[in-house]
Design a protein around this ligand. Structure first.
Ligand code: 26Q
Length: 834
C-alpha cells in the first residue's frame, strides 16, 4: 500500500489552491533568495560555499515557474486538447538557471537583486552542473524541440530517463582521452519534482499464458515476471515570456517491495535486499555511444522501461479524463519516436491496449498506427538498431509475440502487393533471418507509424532512395522531411548577449519569437557604421572564447587570428582527421617558409569519443600530438595555434559558437543526417566551410553560395568513386598531401611512441576507406586558402558574417516545430489563464 493512495478526508477548499502571484521585482526576488538561503537550505556565515547561492537562486526561480506550470496543466486538462509525447532516450537540456531567467523575463531583476546583496549573477550561475543526459545532436535536438513547443504554446510532453550518471566527463591524460563518471545528481537537483504518486510498474522476463475466456475472447497473461517500478520526476520547460510551462517527465527505476520473497523467507535478508540493485541499475547510466550498440541487454531494458512506463502514464491520464472508451484515442494523442530507441513502443502500445484494456487486435492496431510517428537520424546502415530475437524472447516474451504477429500480417500485405516476390519479403521482414535472428527496430517503427521523417532535405531524400526504399515504394505518403533547427533562446539570446543587444537595437526585439525577422539585418551589411559595431561585438566574443581556451587548455589564441572550430562527437565520418591533416599542411608550409600573405589561424577541436571506439580515440591522440608540436615550435608564433578542448558539452558550446569565425562541417557527403552545430555557428555569425551534406546544403541555399565555403565530393560523387578509389595514387600525385603523409609517417608527431599512428595512416591509405579523406584533401585545403584570403579583407568577412546571421532564421527550431505541427501533429495552441 502506497501512502499516496491516502487522500485527505475533508476535500481541501478550492481557495486553498489559489495562490497570490509571486513578486517579480529585484527586491522581492532578493528577499526570497535570502529566505531560501537561510531557512530552506539552513546556511549561515560559517558556510559560504557558492553552491548554496546557486541552490537558493534556483529555488527562487522554480517558485515562479511552479505557479505557471500548474496553470498550464490546468489549461490543457480543461481544453481537453490533443497532445503529443516526445519519446526519447536522451534529453541534453544544458543548464536550466539562465534559461529560466531569460524565459521568465527576470534576467535584469535577478541581476539587480543579487547585486544589491553584493553578489554577481555569473559567478553564482557557474555553479550549476550541466546535465548531460544525451550523447550529442539527437539529445540536444530533443531539448531544443521542448523549448520551441513551450514557446509556441503546444501541449507537448517529453518522456525520458533520469540517468543517475550522464555522459562521462572527458579529460585528456598523456595526450589521450580518459573517462570519468558524471554523478550530476550528487548535490541534488532543484529543478526536478518527484511524483511518486504516478509510479508505474514495468514487467520483464517470465512467460506468456494464452487462454480463451467465457465470452470466447483470446486472453494473454504475461506471468512470472520480474517487476520494476518507474518513478517519475518532472522538470519544468518554460516557454519564452508566455506563461506556458510544459513538462519533461523522466523515469527513475526502483525495486518493488516484494523483491525476492523466496530468499527472504529462507533467511537471507541481505541477499534479497541486494536484489534491489538489479532494478535500480536500469536508469543508472546513459550509454555513451552515438551509434547503436547492438545486443546489450541493459540497453534494451532501458528502452522498454521508457516505453512501458510512458505509455501507461498516458493511458492512465486518458482513462482519468475519458474512461475506458479508446475510440477517439488516436485522434487525440501522438507519440513522436526520437529514432528507433523508443520503437518498442509500437508493440508495447498494442500490448497495453489488448492485454490490459481488452481491445481486439484490429482496433488496437488501427489506434497504434494512427498515433505513432518516427524520426530517423542516421544514414549509416551499420547504425540501424537490431536486437537478437533470443534476447527479446527472454526479456520481453510477450512483446516478441506481438512483433511476430505484426510481421506476419505485414508480410501478407507485402505479398498481396508483390505476389511471389520472396526476396522483397525477406528484405522487408521485421525479423532478419540468419544464425542469430534479429529484430529490425527501424522496420518496426516504419510499419507501426503513420509518419516517417528524416532531419534534413538530403537525408530524407536519401532515406527513400536507399535504406528505406522498399518501404517508400509501399507507402510513399508516410515519408516526409523535417529539417532540424535550434532554439534561438539558448543559442542566441542567452549565449550571445552582445549580439542580442545589437539585434534589439537595430531590428527590434521580435527576432526572439520570430527568427525570420533576422532578414532585416541583410541591408545593414552594407552599412559601415553597423559593421563596426558588429566587429566590436565579435571581438568581445572572441576574447571570451580565447580566455576559456587559455584557462582550459593553456593555449594562447591571439584575437586577430581566424578562429577555426570543429566541435562535435568524434567519428570517422565527421572527418576530424581531414581537419588535422590541414593543420599539418599549414605547419609544413610554415616550416618551409611558405608564409607569404599568411592569415594567422587558431584551430579548435573538441568532442568525445565513445569509450569503445578505437579509431575515434586515435584521432583524439593525433589532435593532441599535433597541437603539442605546433604550439611548441617557435616558428609558428603568431601564425598558427591548435588546441583540443576537453569535455565538450552544451555549456562550452555557449562560449564557443559566439567566438568562432569559421565553422567546420566537413563530413563525407551523404553521411551526416543533418548536423545542428552548423546552425548554431551560422546564427552567431560564423562562416561555414563544408561539404554538400545534411543541413549544410540548406544553409548554403539560405545564405547564398558566395557566403559559404563549399568543397569536396557530392554524395553521388562519393558513391560513384567507390570501387576504384585510389588514395595512394592521390597522395603520390599531390605534393602537399605527400608532405603531410611524410610528416605523419616519419613519426614527427610521435617521436617517443613509434607506430602510434599507424592505424590512422593505414585508414587514409586504404582503398576501401569509406570516408574518402584523401579524395577531398586538395579541394579542402584550396578552399581553406580561399577562406584565409577572405579573412584578410575584414570588411568582406564582416559582410559575410552579418549575412550568415541574417539568413539563419530558417534554422530556428520554432520553424521546425511549426512544420511538425502542420504536417504531423495538428495541435492547437493553448494559452494558460493568468
Ligand atoms: C543506440 C543503441 C544503443 C546505444 C546507443 C544508441 C545511440 C545513441 C545515440 C545511437 C545514436 C545516438 C545518437 C545519434 C545522433 O545524435 N544523431 C545525430 O542526430 C542529429 C539530430 O537529428 C543530427 O543532426 C546528426 O546529423 C545525427 O548524427
Amino acid at each position: 500500500m502506497s501512502p499516496f493512495n491516502n487522500v485527505i478526508r475533508n476535500q481541501l477548499k478550492e481557495e486553498f489552491f489559489e495562490l497570490p502571484s509571486l513578486p517579480m521585482d529585484a527586491e522581492g526576488l532578493a528577499k526570497d533568495f535570502r529566505h531560501y538561503y537561510a531557512y530552506t537550505l539552513g546556511r549561515d556565515r560559517d558556510c559560504q560555499a557558492a553552491y548554496y547561492s546557486y541552490a537558493a537562486l534556483a529555488i527562487t526561480l522554480r517558485d515562479r515557474l511552479m505557479e505557471r506550470w500548474k496553470r498550464t496543466r490546468q489549461a490543457y486538462d480543461e481544453r481537453d486538447c490533443k497532445r503529443v509525447y516526445y519519446l526519447s532516450l536522451e534529453f541534453l537540456m544544458g543548464r536550466a538557471l539562465s534559461n529560466a531567467m531569460l524565459n521568465l523575463g527576470l534576467d535584469d531583476a535577478v541581476r539587480q537583486g543579487l547585486h544589491d546583496l553584493g553578489l554577481e549573477l555569473e559567478e553564482i550561475a557557474s555553479n550549476e552542473p550541466d546535465p548531460g543526459l544525451g550523447n550529442g545532436g539527437l539529445g540536444r535536438l530533443a531539448a531544443c524541440f521542448l523549448d520551441s513547443c513551450a514557446t509556441l504554446q503546444l501541449p507537448v510532453r517529453g518522456y525520458g530517463l533520469r540517468y543517475e550518471y550522464g555522459m562521462f566527463r572527458q579529460t585528456i591524460e598523456g595526450g589521450a582521452q580518459a573517462e570519468e563518471p558524471d554523478h550530476w545528481l550528487r548535490d541534488g537537483n532543484p529543478w526536478e519534482l518527484e511524483r511518486p504518486e504516478f509510479t508505474q510498474r514495468v514487467h520483464f522476463g517470465g512467460r506468456t499464458e494464452h487462454s480463451v475466456d467465457a465470452s470466447g475472447r483470446h486472453v494473454v497473461r504475461w506471468v512470472e515476471t520480474h517487476d520494476v517500478l518507474a518513478v517519475p520526476y518532472d522538470i519544468p520547460v518554460p516557454g519564452y515570456r508566455n506563461e506556458t510551462v510544459n513538462t519533461l517527465r523522466l523515469w527513475k527505476s526502483a525495486a518493488t517491495d516484494e523483491f525476492n520473497l523466496g530468499e527472504f523467507n529462507a533467511g537471507s535478508y541481505p541477499e534479497s535486499v541486494a536484489q534491489k540493485n538489479q532494478a535500480e541499475h536500469i536508469t543508472m547510466v546513459l550509454y555513451p555511444n552515438d551509434a547503436s550498440e547492438n545486443g546489450k541487454e541493459l540497453r534494451l531494458r532501458q528502452q522498454y522501461f521508457l516505453a512501458c512506463a510512458s505509455l501507461k502514464d498516458v493511458l492512465r491520464d486518458w482513462i482519468r479524463l475519458h474512461g475506458h472508451d479508446f475510440s477517439h484515442f488516436a485522434e487525440r494523442n501522438c507519440f513522436q519516436l526520437n529514432d528507433t530507441h523508443p520503437a518498442v513502443s509500437v508493440a508495447e502500445l498494442m500490448r497495453q491496449l489488448m492485454d490490459e484494456h481488452g481491445l481486439q487486435w484490429d482496433s488496437a492496431w488501427a489506434i497504434t498506427r494512427r498515433c505513432m510517428a518516427y524520426t530517423n537520424h542516421t544514414l549509416l546502415p551499420e547504425a540501424l538498431e537490431r536486437w537478437p530475437v533470443r534476447l527479446f524472447q527472454s526479456l520481453l516474451p510477450r512483446l516478441l509475440e506481438i512483433i511476430y504477429e505484426i510481421n506476419a500480417r505485414f508480410l501478407m500485405e507485402v505479398s498481396r502487393r508483390w505476389p511471389g516476390d520472396n526476396d522483397r519479403q525477406r528484405r522487408m521482414s521485421l525479423i532478419e533471418e540468419g544464425h542469430d535472428p534479429q529484430v529490425r527496430m527501424a522496420y518496426l517503427a516504419i510499419v507501426g507509424s503513420f509518419s516517417v521523417n528524416g532531419v534534413a532535405a538530403l537525408h530524407s531524400e536519401l532515406l527513400t532512395k536507399g535504406l528505406f526504399q522498399d518501404f517508400h515504394a509501399m507507402w510513399p505518403e508516410k515519408f516526409n522531411n523535417k529539417t532540424n533547427g535550434v532554439t534561438p533562446r539558448r543559442w542566441l539570446a542567452m549565449c550571445n548577449p552582445g549580439l542580442a543587444q545589437l539585434l534589439d537595437e537595430s531590428i527590434g526585439t521580435g527576432w526572439v519569437r520570430d527568427l525570420s525577422e533576422l532578414e532585416r539585418l541583410a541591408p545593414l551589411a552594407e552599412d559601415a557604421a553597423f559593421r563596426e559595431r558588429w566587429a566590436a561585438m565579435r571581438r568581445a566574443n572572441k576574447a571570451r572564447l580565447a580566455e576559456a581556451v587559455a584557462d582550459i587548455c593553456g593555449v594562447d589564441f591571439p584575437l586577430d587570428a581566424l578562429f577555426d572550430t570543429q566541435v562535435k562527437r568524434i567519428h570517422e565520418y565527421k572527418r576530424q582527421l581531414l581537419n588535422i591533416l590541414h593543420v599539418i599542411h599549414l605547419y609544413n608550409r610554415i616550416k618551409q617558409g611558405d608564409t607569404r600573405d599568411w592569415t594567422p589561424r587558431c584551430v579548435l577541436i573538441g568532442g568525445k569519443a565513445a569509450p569503445g571506439y578505437f579509431m575515434a580515440k586515435q584521432i583524439i591522440k593525433l589532435a593532441c600530438a599535433v597541437a603539442e608540436v605546433v604550439n611548441k615550435d617557435p616558428d609558428t608564433e603568431g601564425l598558427l595555434r591548435m588546441a583540443f578542448v576537453p569535455d565538450y558539452r552544451v555549456t562550452l558550446m555557449e562560449v564557443i559558437a559566439p567566438g568562432t569565425d569559421l565553422s567546420e562541417q566537413i563530413s563525407t557527403a551523404g553521411k551526416e543526417a543533418s548536423g545542428t552545430g552548423n546552425m548554431k555557428f551560422m546564427m552567431n555569425g560564423a562562416l561555414t566551410i563544408g561539404t554538400l551534406d545534411g543541413a549544410n546544403i540548406e544553409i548554403r541555399e539560405q545564405v547564398g553560395e558566395e557566403n559559404f565555403f563549399l568543397f569536396g565530393l557530392t554524395a553521388e560523387g562519393v558513391e560513384s568513386l567507390r570501387g576504384h578509389y585510389d588514395p595512394n595514387g592521390i597522395i603520390a600525385a599531390d605534393p602537399a598531401l605527400r608532405e603531410v603523409m611524410n610528416l605523419l609517417e616519419s613519426g614527427h608527431f610521435n617521436r617517443f611512441t613509434p607506430g602510434l599512428f599507424d592505424s590512422v595512416i593505414l585508414s587514409i591509405r586504404n582503398p576501401h576507406d569509406p570516408w574518402m579523406t584523401a579524395a577531398d584533401f586538395r579541394s579542402y585545403i584550396d578552399t581553406q586558402a580561399r577562406a584565409a584570403a577572405t579573412f584578410r579583407d575584414p570588411e568582406t568577412w564582416l559582410r559575410m558574417s552579418i549575412l550568415n546571421t541574417a539568413h539563419s532564421g530558417f534554422f530556428s527550431s520554432d520553424r521546425t516545430i511549426a512544420d511538425y505541427n502542420r504536417d504531423i501533429w495538428h495541435l492547437e495552441t493553448v494559452q494558460p489563464q493568468i
